[in-house]
Design a protein around this ligand. Structure first.
Ligand SMILES: [Fe+2]
Ligand SMILES: [Fe+2]
Length: 291
């Protein structure tokens, strides 16, 4: 890259007061891996926000997690689902909340609903792929889901805080038939992946979630959590096709086979995952539905 990212980062920090992660989510990221953290501590923290607590309970009882008995308290949710699921749930819900606006007057060329739908598709596919990968070695499906849901968060930050730059890139992409990532790189000298890295730098996210946000367009550049990044890249690519178009699914799976092998998956895993997208999307819609 021939531009100075540090200079750009400073410039962007001055024009865009990049949002910080709200207190509860931020605190949860810090304490969740500590051996001194109990289910009570996590439940007490989440319960400080009534609306967040209600959403967590609603999700915990949804078909997405498929827990057979009903979960009535946050404490039960934490004990039954575990810290990792609560962490990814709170992070997903919080970030989604930060970047959802009702009054989207200037959104003519950036459709937030379509944006979150794409993000959810990527999340669902990443989770399906991570589950399949479990046969060989572990990659947490809930982390894969969360990374997929947030993978393009840099775009929505740009749309909100760097609107002119972002629309310049969108127009360039449209006029020249290139991807938004390429347009950002060519026209602005920085991309939504750089923005995601600047945004989340102080958020204490697990690397398995942060790295896919930063490297999903260039998975081979990832120096850590390469598997999580590759799963997100595969899911992002698959999410662009219509899963009901068998030819498109087969062709895309074949074109991704080499990359899939790098994370212990086959082209068949990709086509089989594609066949499950519809039903999974329905179960996962509770994540971004109106609460
Ligand atoms: Fe992206
Ligand atoms: Fe994407």
């Amino acid at each position: 890259m021939n531009y100075n990212l540090e200079e750009l980062q400073d410039r962007i920090k001055t024009i865009a007061n990049l949002p910080t992660l709200p207190h509860i989510a931020s605190r949860l990221m810090q304490i969740v891996n500590s051996p001194n953290t109990s289910a009570d501590t996590v439940a007490a923290l989440v319960s400080q926000d009534i609306s967040l607590s209600a959403k967590v309970l609603r999700l915990a009882n949804s078909a997405f997690y498929g827990i057979p008995k009903s979960i009535n308290t946050l404490n039960n949710a934490v004990v039954i689902l575990g810290f990792k699921i609560i962490q990814t749930m709170v992070l997903s819900l919080t970030v989604f909340d930060m970047f959802t606006r009702e009054d989207d007057e200037d959104g003519a060329s950036f459709d937030r609903n379509a944006f979150w739908k794409h993000s959810l598709r990527c999340a669902v596919i990443a989770r399906l792929l991570a589950h399949r990968r479990r046969r060989t070695f572990a990659l947490d499906p809930e982390e894969a889901f969360c990374a997929g849901l947030l993978h393009d968060v840099g775009k929505v930050v740009m749309e909100q805080y760097l609107n002119q730059d972002f629309h310049k890139a969108l127009n360039h992409a449209r006029t020249n038939g290139v991807s938004i990532f390429e347009a950002e790189r060519d026209v602005l000298g920085y991309t939504h992946c750089d923005v995601a890295s600047w945004l989340t730098g102080s958020w204490s996210l697990p690397d398995e979630i942060e790295q896919p946000l930063v490297c999903h367009h260039e998975p081979e550049e990832a120096t850590i959590c390469a598997d999580s990044v590759m799963i997100c890249h595969l899911a992002d690519t698959l999410s662009e096709i219509d899963e009901n178009d068998e030819d498109a699914v087969r062709e895309t799976a074949a074109s991704l086979e080499q990359k899939a092998r790098m994370v212990g998956l086959s082209a068949r895993d990709l086509t089989e995952a594609a066949a499950e997208i519809g039903a999974e999307m329905e179960r996962a819609s509770v994540f971004i539905g109106k609460q």
